[in-house]
Ligand binder design. Structure first.
Ligand SMILES: Nc1nc2c(ncn2[C@@H]2O[C@H](COP(=O)(O)OP(=O)(O)O)[C@@H](O)[C@H]2O)c(=O)[nH]1
Ligand SMILES: [Mg+2]
Ligand SMILES: [Zn+2]
Length: 373
Protein backbone atom coordinates (compact mmCIF):
# COMPACT_ATOMS: atom_id res chain seq x y z
CA UNK A 1 0.00 0.00 0.00
CA UNK A 2 2.89 2.32 0.72
CA UNK A 3 3.87 1.96 -2.89
CA UNK A 4 0.53 3.28 -4.03
CA UNK A 5 0.76 6.31 -1.79
CA UNK A 6 4.11 7.22 -3.23
CA UNK A 7 2.66 7.03 -6.71
CA UNK A 8 0.06 9.58 -5.87
CA UNK A 9 2.57 12.05 -4.49
CA UNK A 10 4.50 11.75 -7.70
CA UNK A 11 1.46 12.48 -9.80
CA UNK A 12 0.92 15.80 -8.10
CA UNK A 13 4.20 17.11 -9.48
CA UNK A 14 2.84 16.94 -12.99
CA UNK A 15 0.37 18.90 -15.07
CA UNK A 16 -1.96 17.88 -17.85
CA UNK A 17 -5.15 16.02 -18.43
CA UNK A 18 -5.80 12.38 -18.01
CA UNK A 19 -8.46 10.79 -20.16
CA UNK A 20 -9.41 8.21 -17.60
CA UNK A 21 -8.47 6.39 -14.47
CA UNK A 22 -8.07 2.92 -15.93
CA UNK A 23 -5.16 4.24 -18.01
CA UNK A 24 -3.52 5.43 -14.88
CA UNK A 25 -3.82 2.22 -12.99
CA UNK A 26 -2.68 0.38 -16.07
CA UNK A 27 0.43 2.50 -16.19
CA UNK A 28 1.21 2.03 -12.55
CA UNK A 29 0.85 -1.66 -12.86
CA UNK A 30 2.78 -2.22 -16.05
CA UNK A 31 5.52 0.34 -15.75
CA UNK A 32 5.82 0.83 -12.05
CA UNK A 33 6.74 4.21 -10.73
CA UNK A 34 9.77 5.01 -12.81
CA UNK A 35 7.72 6.96 -15.33
CA UNK A 36 7.07 9.63 -12.76
CA UNK A 37 10.56 9.92 -11.47
CA UNK A 38 12.11 11.27 -14.62
CA UNK A 39 11.82 14.88 -15.76
CA UNK A 40 9.37 15.62 -18.56
CA UNK A 41 11.84 16.09 -21.40
CA UNK A 42 13.40 12.71 -20.93
CA UNK A 43 10.10 10.95 -21.13
CA UNK A 44 9.19 12.36 -24.52
CA UNK A 45 11.09 9.86 -26.56
CA UNK A 46 8.49 9.18 -29.23
CA UNK A 47 4.84 9.63 -29.98
CA UNK A 48 3.86 6.60 -28.00
CA UNK A 49 5.86 7.69 -25.05
CA UNK A 50 4.40 11.17 -25.21
CA UNK A 51 0.82 10.07 -25.13
CA UNK A 52 1.47 7.54 -22.46
CA UNK A 53 3.19 10.14 -20.41
CA UNK A 54 0.23 12.48 -20.73
CA UNK A 55 -1.98 9.72 -19.57
CA UNK A 56 -0.17 9.66 -16.31
CA UNK A 57 0.49 13.28 -15.57
CA UNK A 58 -3.00 14.72 -15.52
CA UNK A 59 -4.33 12.71 -12.72
CA UNK A 60 -4.74 15.33 -10.06
CA UNK A 61 -6.44 17.74 -12.49
CA UNK A 62 -9.45 15.50 -12.68
CA UNK A 63 -11.64 16.77 -9.91
CA UNK A 64 -14.19 14.09 -10.49
CA UNK A 65 -13.62 12.27 -7.28
CA UNK A 66 -12.74 9.12 -9.15
CA UNK A 67 -9.07 9.73 -8.92
CA UNK A 68 -9.15 9.97 -5.19
CA UNK A 69 -9.69 6.28 -5.27
CA UNK A 70 -6.38 5.09 -6.58
CA UNK A 71 -7.48 1.53 -7.04
CA UNK A 72 -5.02 -1.27 -7.24
CA UNK A 73 -6.02 -3.19 -10.34
CA UNK A 74 -4.05 -6.20 -9.29
CA UNK A 75 -6.38 -6.89 -6.41
CA UNK A 76 -9.69 -5.63 -7.81
CA UNK A 77 -12.16 -6.81 -10.41
CA UNK A 78 -14.59 -4.99 -12.67
CA UNK A 79 -18.17 -6.13 -12.45
CA UNK A 80 -21.81 -5.36 -12.86
CA UNK A 81 -24.38 -5.01 -10.09
CA UNK A 82 -27.03 -7.58 -11.01
CA UNK A 83 -29.27 -7.46 -7.96
CA UNK A 84 -29.91 -5.48 -4.83
CA UNK A 85 -30.18 -7.68 -1.77
CA UNK A 86 -31.23 -5.00 0.62
CA UNK A 87 -28.12 -4.62 2.70
CA UNK A 88 -25.72 -5.86 0.02
CA UNK A 89 -25.39 -6.08 -3.74
CA UNK A 90 -24.81 -9.05 -6.00
CA UNK A 91 -21.98 -8.27 -8.43
CA UNK A 92 -21.11 -10.39 -11.46
CA UNK A 93 -17.55 -10.18 -12.80
CA UNK A 94 -16.19 -10.98 -16.25
CA UNK A 95 -15.74 -14.72 -15.67
CA UNK A 96 -19.34 -14.82 -14.39
CA UNK A 97 -18.42 -15.40 -10.77
CA UNK A 98 -20.73 -13.57 -8.43
CA UNK A 99 -19.89 -11.76 -5.22
CA UNK A 100 -22.09 -10.55 -2.45
CA UNK A 101 -20.76 -7.05 -1.85
CA UNK A 102 -20.98 -4.35 0.73
CA UNK A 103 -20.07 -0.78 -0.14
CA UNK A 104 -16.86 0.91 1.00
CA UNK A 105 -17.72 3.88 3.15
CA UNK A 106 -15.72 6.31 1.02
CA UNK A 107 -17.89 5.43 -1.97
CA UNK A 108 -20.90 6.61 -0.01
CA UNK A 109 -19.09 9.76 1.00
CA UNK A 110 -18.20 10.59 -2.59
CA UNK A 111 -21.74 9.98 -3.86
CA UNK A 112 -23.82 13.03 -4.67
CA UNK A 113 -26.92 11.71 -2.98
CA UNK A 114 -27.19 8.92 -0.49
CA UNK A 115 -30.30 7.34 -1.97
CA UNK A 116 -28.71 6.06 -5.13
CA UNK A 117 -25.12 5.32 -4.18
CA UNK A 118 -25.20 1.94 -5.89
CA UNK A 119 -28.02 0.78 -8.14
CA UNK A 120 -28.66 -2.35 -10.16
CA UNK A 121 -26.91 -2.06 -13.51
CA UNK A 122 -23.98 -0.08 -12.17
CA UNK A 123 -20.51 -0.87 -13.45
CA UNK A 124 -18.35 -1.22 -10.37
CA UNK A 125 -14.88 -2.13 -9.19
CA UNK A 126 -14.77 -4.58 -6.32
CA UNK A 127 -12.23 -6.19 -4.07
CA UNK A 128 -13.14 -9.86 -3.94
CA UNK A 129 -12.92 -11.56 -0.58
CA UNK A 130 -13.41 -15.06 0.73
CA UNK A 131 -16.54 -17.14 0.28
CA UNK A 132 -17.90 -15.00 -2.56
CA UNK A 133 -17.95 -11.91 -0.42
CA UNK A 134 -16.61 -8.61 -1.71
CA UNK A 135 -16.50 -4.86 -1.32
CA UNK A 136 -17.54 -2.26 -3.87
CA UNK A 137 -14.67 0.20 -4.19
CA UNK A 138 -15.89 2.42 -6.99
CA UNK A 139 -19.03 3.08 -9.04
CA UNK A 140 -18.35 4.13 -12.64
CA UNK A 141 -20.38 6.93 -14.16
CA UNK A 142 -23.82 5.98 -15.47
CA UNK A 143 -25.07 6.15 -19.05
CA UNK A 144 -28.86 5.75 -19.17
CA UNK A 145 -31.04 5.46 -16.12
CA UNK A 146 -34.61 4.67 -15.38
CA UNK A 147 -36.09 6.13 -12.27
CA UNK A 148 -39.28 6.28 -10.39
CA UNK A 149 -40.48 9.40 -8.69
CA UNK A 150 -41.51 9.00 -5.13
CA UNK A 151 -42.50 11.52 -2.52
CA UNK A 152 -39.01 11.35 -1.14
CA UNK A 153 -37.43 12.14 -4.47
CA UNK A 154 -36.00 10.29 -7.37
CA UNK A 155 -35.42 6.59 -6.93
CA UNK A 156 -33.15 5.08 -9.56
CA UNK A 157 -34.42 1.68 -10.62
CA UNK A 158 -31.62 0.74 -12.92
CA UNK A 159 -28.52 2.25 -14.51
CA UNK A 160 -26.76 1.80 -17.83
CA UNK A 161 -29.69 0.70 -19.96
CA UNK A 162 -30.22 1.54 -23.64
CA UNK A 163 -33.76 0.56 -24.37
CA UNK A 164 -37.13 -0.15 -22.83
CA UNK A 165 -39.23 -3.00 -24.17
CA UNK A 166 -42.82 -1.96 -23.55
CA UNK A 167 -44.90 -5.13 -23.52
CA UNK A 168 -48.66 -4.98 -23.95
CA UNK A 169 -51.05 -7.82 -24.72
CA UNK A 170 -53.35 -7.85 -27.74
CA UNK A 171 -55.89 -9.35 -25.32
CA UNK A 172 -55.97 -10.87 -21.83
CA UNK A 173 -55.36 -8.48 -20.21
CA UNK A 174 -57.27 -6.08 -22.40
CA UNK A 175 -55.29 -4.10 -24.96
CA UNK A 176 -54.73 -0.58 -23.65
CA UNK A 177 -53.19 1.89 -26.06
CA UNK A 178 -53.27 4.59 -23.37
CA UNK A 179 -50.89 2.53 -21.33
CA UNK A 180 -48.44 2.44 -24.23
CA UNK A 181 -48.45 6.23 -24.27
CA UNK A 182 -47.79 6.37 -20.58
CA UNK A 183 -44.80 4.05 -20.91
CA UNK A 184 -43.53 5.98 -23.91
CA UNK A 185 -43.40 9.13 -21.83
CA UNK A 186 -41.46 7.35 -19.10
CA UNK A 187 -38.95 6.24 -21.70
CA UNK A 188 -38.65 9.74 -23.11
CA UNK A 189 -38.15 11.14 -19.63
CA UNK A 190 -35.32 8.71 -19.00
CA UNK A 191 -33.79 9.28 -22.40
CA UNK A 192 -34.08 5.61 -23.27
CA UNK A 193 -35.15 4.24 -26.64
CA UNK A 194 -38.56 2.57 -26.45
CA UNK A 195 -39.57 -0.54 -28.38
CA UNK A 196 -43.25 -1.49 -28.34
CA UNK A 197 -44.00 -5.19 -28.19
CA UNK A 198 -47.58 -6.37 -28.68
CA UNK A 199 -47.74 -9.92 -27.38
CA UNK A 200 -50.46 -12.59 -27.56
CA UNK A 201 -51.41 -11.65 -31.12
CA UNK A 202 -52.71 -15.21 -31.48
CA UNK A 203 -55.70 -14.16 -29.40
CA UNK A 204 -57.06 -11.56 -31.81
CA UNK A 205 -57.78 -11.00 -35.45
CA UNK A 206 -54.63 -9.21 -36.66
CA UNK A 207 -56.75 -6.74 -38.61
CA UNK A 208 -57.82 -5.22 -35.31
CA UNK A 209 -54.25 -4.32 -34.45
CA UNK A 210 -53.47 -2.77 -37.78
CA UNK A 211 -54.49 0.80 -36.87
CA UNK A 212 -52.24 0.75 -33.81
CA UNK A 213 -49.31 -0.74 -35.64
CA UNK A 214 -49.76 1.89 -38.33
CA UNK A 215 -50.05 4.71 -35.82
CA UNK A 216 -46.96 3.96 -33.75
CA UNK A 217 -44.85 3.02 -36.73
CA UNK A 218 -45.77 6.31 -38.33
CA UNK A 219 -44.73 8.12 -35.17
CA UNK A 220 -41.34 6.49 -35.58
CA UNK A 221 -41.48 3.92 -32.80
CA UNK A 222 -40.14 0.43 -33.26
CA UNK A 223 -42.92 -2.13 -32.99
CA UNK A 224 -42.85 -5.86 -32.79
CA UNK A 225 -45.79 -8.27 -32.80
CA UNK A 226 -45.32 -11.51 -30.90
CA UNK A 227 -47.05 -14.73 -30.08
CA UNK A 228 -45.25 -17.29 -27.99
CA UNK A 229 -47.39 -20.34 -28.94
CA UNK A 230 -47.04 -19.46 -32.65
CA UNK A 231 -43.35 -18.62 -32.27
CA UNK A 232 -44.11 -15.32 -33.92
CA UNK A 233 -41.75 -12.37 -33.57
CA UNK A 234 -39.41 -14.23 -31.23
CA UNK A 235 -36.45 -14.26 -33.59
CA UNK A 236 -36.85 -10.58 -34.26
CA UNK A 237 -37.16 -9.91 -30.56
CA UNK A 238 -33.93 -11.78 -29.96
CA UNK A 239 -32.23 -9.60 -32.56
CA UNK A 240 -33.54 -6.48 -30.90
CA UNK A 241 -32.21 -7.56 -27.52
CA UNK A 242 -28.80 -8.70 -28.71
CA UNK A 243 -25.90 -6.69 -27.30
CA UNK A 244 -28.20 -4.18 -25.69
CA UNK A 245 -29.26 -3.47 -22.17
CA UNK A 246 -33.02 -3.69 -22.14
CA UNK A 247 -35.54 -2.97 -19.43
CA UNK A 248 -38.69 -5.03 -19.87
CA UNK A 249 -41.81 -3.36 -18.64
CA UNK A 250 -45.55 -3.87 -18.86
CA UNK A 251 -48.59 -4.89 -16.88
CA UNK A 252 -48.64 -8.14 -15.01
CA UNK A 253 -49.91 -11.01 -17.17
CA UNK A 254 -49.00 -9.60 -20.58
CA UNK A 255 -46.39 -12.34 -21.02
CA UNK A 256 -43.06 -10.67 -20.19
CA UNK A 257 -41.57 -13.69 -18.48
CA UNK A 258 -42.95 -16.08 -21.10
CA UNK A 259 -41.39 -13.97 -23.86
CA UNK A 260 -38.01 -13.86 -22.16
CA UNK A 261 -38.09 -17.60 -21.59
CA UNK A 262 -38.72 -18.21 -25.27
CA UNK A 263 -35.94 -15.82 -26.22
CA UNK A 264 -33.63 -17.76 -23.90
CA UNK A 265 -35.04 -20.94 -22.37
CA UNK A 266 -32.23 -21.11 -19.82
CA UNK A 267 -33.65 -18.13 -17.97
CA UNK A 268 -36.47 -20.27 -16.60
CA UNK A 269 -38.46 -17.35 -15.27
CA UNK A 270 -41.62 -18.16 -13.38
CA UNK A 271 -44.71 -17.43 -15.45
CA UNK A 272 -48.42 -17.29 -15.13
CA UNK A 273 -48.51 -16.77 -11.44
CA UNK A 274 -50.64 -13.80 -10.69
CA UNK A 275 -50.35 -13.86 -6.96
CA UNK A 276 -52.89 -12.42 -4.59
CA UNK A 277 -50.26 -9.96 -3.60
CA UNK A 278 -49.73 -8.54 -7.06
CA UNK A 279 -53.45 -8.47 -7.69
CA UNK A 280 -53.86 -6.21 -4.74
CA UNK A 281 -50.88 -4.16 -5.81
CA UNK A 282 -49.12 -4.86 -2.57
CA UNK A 283 -45.77 -5.50 -4.17
CA UNK A 284 -43.20 -3.96 -1.92
CA UNK A 285 -40.11 -4.91 -3.84
CA UNK A 286 -39.24 -2.59 -6.66
CA UNK A 287 -35.76 -3.93 -7.10
CA UNK A 288 -34.67 -4.65 -10.58
CA UNK A 289 -32.75 -7.82 -11.43
CA UNK A 290 -30.31 -8.11 -14.30
CA UNK A 291 -30.31 -11.24 -16.46
CA UNK A 292 -27.47 -11.94 -18.84
CA UNK A 293 -28.30 -13.19 -22.32
CA UNK A 294 -26.17 -15.96 -23.83
CA UNK A 295 -26.20 -14.26 -27.22
CA UNK A 296 -25.03 -10.94 -25.78
CA UNK A 297 -26.73 -8.25 -23.79
CA UNK A 298 -28.74 -7.97 -20.63
CA UNK A 299 -32.39 -7.76 -19.79
CA UNK A 300 -33.77 -6.17 -16.69
CA UNK A 301 -36.79 -7.54 -14.99
CA UNK A 302 -38.52 -5.01 -12.78
CA UNK A 303 -40.97 -6.90 -10.61
CA UNK A 304 -43.43 -4.84 -8.71
CA UNK A 305 -43.06 -1.82 -10.90
CA UNK A 306 -46.12 -2.13 -12.96
CA UNK A 307 -45.95 1.34 -14.34
CA UNK A 308 -43.54 4.12 -13.92
CA UNK A 309 -45.06 6.89 -12.02
CA UNK A 310 -45.36 10.21 -13.68
CA UNK A 311 -46.37 12.37 -10.78
CA UNK A 312 -43.41 14.65 -11.31
CA UNK A 313 -44.10 15.51 -14.88
CA UNK A 314 -45.17 19.09 -15.24
CA UNK A 315 -48.56 19.46 -16.90
CA UNK A 316 -47.21 22.26 -19.04
CA UNK A 317 -44.53 19.96 -20.43
CA UNK A 318 -46.82 17.02 -21.06
CA UNK A 319 -47.89 17.93 -24.60
CA UNK A 320 -44.25 18.09 -25.70
CA UNK A 321 -43.85 14.40 -24.91
CA UNK A 322 -46.42 13.56 -27.57
CA UNK A 323 -44.09 13.95 -30.50
CA UNK A 324 -46.77 14.53 -33.14
CA UNK A 325 -48.27 17.39 -31.09
CA UNK A 326 -45.06 19.39 -31.24
CA UNK A 327 -45.59 21.13 -34.59
CA UNK A 328 -48.84 22.66 -33.32
CA UNK A 329 -47.94 23.70 -29.80
CA UNK A 330 -46.63 27.16 -30.56
CA UNK A 331 -49.53 28.26 -32.73
CA UNK A 332 -52.49 27.88 -30.37
CA UNK A 333 -54.42 31.10 -29.87
CA UNK A 334 -53.51 31.32 -26.18
CA UNK A 335 -49.87 30.94 -25.30
CA UNK A 336 -50.84 29.13 -22.12
CA UNK A 337 -53.21 26.79 -23.96
CA UNK A 338 -53.67 23.50 -22.14
CA UNK A 339 -55.08 21.92 -25.34
CA UNK A 340 -58.03 20.61 -23.37
CA UNK A 341 -60.92 23.08 -23.87
CA UNK A 342 -59.60 26.36 -25.31
CA UNK A 343 -60.85 27.90 -28.49
CA UNK A 344 -58.28 28.38 -31.20
CA UNK A 345 -56.37 25.32 -30.07
CA UNK A 346 -54.26 23.96 -32.92
CA UNK A 347 -53.87 20.60 -31.27
CA UNK A 348 -57.64 20.12 -31.09
CA UNK A 349 -57.93 21.24 -34.71
CA UNK A 350 -55.33 18.69 -35.70
CA UNK A 351 -57.35 16.00 -33.91
CA UNK A 352 -60.49 17.13 -35.77
CA UNK A 353 -58.60 16.94 -39.06
CA UNK A 354 -57.24 13.45 -38.30
CA UNK A 355 -53.70 14.75 -38.17
CA UNK A 356 -53.46 13.56 -34.58
CA UNK A 357 -54.96 10.20 -33.61
CA UNK A 358 -57.90 10.46 -31.26
CA UNK A 359 -56.49 7.71 -29.03
CA UNK A 360 -53.30 9.69 -28.54
CA UNK A 361 -55.28 12.81 -27.71
CA UNK A 362 -57.33 10.80 -25.21
CA UNK A 363 -54.13 9.61 -23.59
CA UNK A 364 -53.01 13.20 -23.33
CA UNK A 365 -56.27 14.23 -21.65
CA UNK A 366 -56.08 11.33 -19.20
CA UNK A 367 -52.55 12.13 -18.23
CA UNK A 368 -53.31 15.84 -18.05
CA UNK A 369 -56.14 15.14 -15.63
CA UNK A 370 -53.94 12.76 -13.68
CA UNK A 371 -56.24 9.80 -14.27
CA UNK A 372 -54.93 6.35 -13.71
CA UNK A 373 -54.74 4.60 -17.06
N1 LIG B 1 -52.16 -16.97 -25.83
C1 LIG B 1 -50.99 -16.53 -25.38
N2 LIG B 1 -50.71 -16.58 -24.05
C2 LIG B 1 -49.52 -16.13 -23.62
C3 LIG B 1 -48.57 -15.60 -24.52
N3 LIG B 1 -47.50 -15.22 -23.80
C4 LIG B 1 -47.79 -15.51 -22.51
N4 LIG B 1 -48.99 -16.05 -22.39
C5 LIG B 1 -49.66 -16.49 -21.13
O1 LIG B 1 -49.95 -15.33 -20.35
C6 LIG B 1 -49.85 -15.63 -18.97
C7 LIG B 1 -49.00 -14.63 -18.25
O2 LIG B 1 -47.67 -14.73 -18.71
P1 LIG B 1 -46.41 -14.21 -17.88
O3 LIG B 1 -45.21 -14.45 -18.73
O4 LIG B 1 -46.38 -14.76 -16.51
O5 LIG B 1 -46.72 -12.64 -17.81
P2 LIG B 1 -45.90 -11.49 -17.03
O6 LIG B 1 -46.65 -11.23 -15.77
O7 LIG B 1 -45.95 -10.30 -17.94
O8 LIG B 1 -44.52 -11.97 -16.81
C8 LIG B 1 -49.30 -17.06 -18.88
O9 LIG B 1 -50.37 -17.93 -18.60
C9 LIG B 1 -48.75 -17.31 -20.26
O10 LIG B 1 -48.80 -18.66 -20.62
C10 LIG B 1 -48.90 -15.55 -25.93
O11 LIG B 1 -48.14 -15.09 -26.79
N5 LIG B 1 -50.12 -16.02 -26.28
MG1 LIG C 1 -43.44 -12.19 -15.01
ZN1 LIG D 1 -53.81 24.20 -27.68
Amino acid sequence: MAKKKKARVQFRKNRGHAPSVPDLTHQVRTRGLEANDAPTSERVSGKGELSRYRTIVGVEEDADGHLMRAIDETTTLEGRVVANRGTSFLVQVADRRRFDCGVRRVVKTLAREERNVVVVGDQVVITPGVESQGVIERVNSRQGTLSRKTRRGEHLLVANVDQVLIVVAAADPQFKPNLIDRYLISAELGGIRPVICVNKVDLVNPVRLQPFVGLYSQLGYDMILCSVPDDRGIRRLRRMLRDRETVVTGQSGVGKSTLLNSVQPGLRLATGEITEESRKGRHTTTNATLLELDFGGWVVDTPGVRQFELCDINRDDLAGYFREFRPYLSSCKFPSCSHTHESGCRVKQAVDNDLIAITRYESYLKLWMGDPV
